[in-house]
Design a protein around this ligand. Sequence first.
Ligand code: ATP
Length: 297
Amino acid sequence: MLQVRELTKAYGEIIALRGVSMNVHKGQLLGFLGPNGAGKTTTMRSVFGLVEPDSGEVLWNGDPIAAKDRLGFGYMPEERGLYPRMRNLEQVAYFGMLHGMSRQAAYLEAGRWLAEFGLADRAEGRLEELSHGNQQRLQLAAALVHSPELLVLDEPFAGLDPVGVGAMGEILAAQAAAGTAVVFSSHQLDLVEDLCDDVVIINEGAVALAGAVRELRTGAAHRHVTVEVRDGDPGWVQAVPQAAVLRRDGDRVLLDVSNGIQLDALLAAAQAAGEVVEFSYEPPSLNEVFLDAVGGS
Ligand code: ATP
């Protein structure tokens, strides 16, 4: 298990981290969320010794992280760190050898990952000849080639097309299912909601919210109700003081209501106005939970 404990970090006047703590368990796929500049990359870099925190610690299986532990970690950094001129197969194998694999095993696994990503025919080509999405795949192959126990990815979905996003998501889920501890940052919250059971949301260098996506959504203080009253007087909703109209689309309204609202009273008000053809009640999306947590709107 990875434990990040009370990390603080200042760059001169800028306080990047104000005491960030989080855990990533083996087999967990954790979404690490936060607005631009919240401190995600700084936290991730601390795990790899690329940032020296001012205080706090990072532990792996209960002990401070040693160089040998990092051999078993995989990192896909934000500034993708591959060599543009190196041949693709050689490059991925090189990362394997850097993590302690034999030459033979590294080439074998590199070839396997290239095939997995549909890049087998590009093995002898160079990174600079690949499209952006394929460069991302190669970068992921370089992070996975040594079968890491911990995989840390900084915005792995950025710049991928929908097919690439789907494939990346499947790979990360498969890694977690195989027992790897996986944590990734992303601004694509719909995707995170579909993919992750758990998230940590940081804001201005501190954890704003953490937990299971389901619980964070159902624990929110408000709910959404979608109601469609066919040919009804659109004014019916004004009679329900606890409901705020978020969106109106013809006869259909999306309402924001408090968690404790009397749904039967709301339904009765809609039925009094006309034929109710849709009535659904659901917790806010992860996107809204995020905006509430970071003070956005
Ligand atoms: P993004 O979503 O934009 O990638 P982030 O959550 O990854 O953001 P960080 O890159 O960790 O955020 O940055 C946190 C804060 O620390 C920002 O205010 C950033 O400007 C600052 N910062 C990060 N690295 C440095 C550095 N090397 N020197 C000075 N300030 C830095």
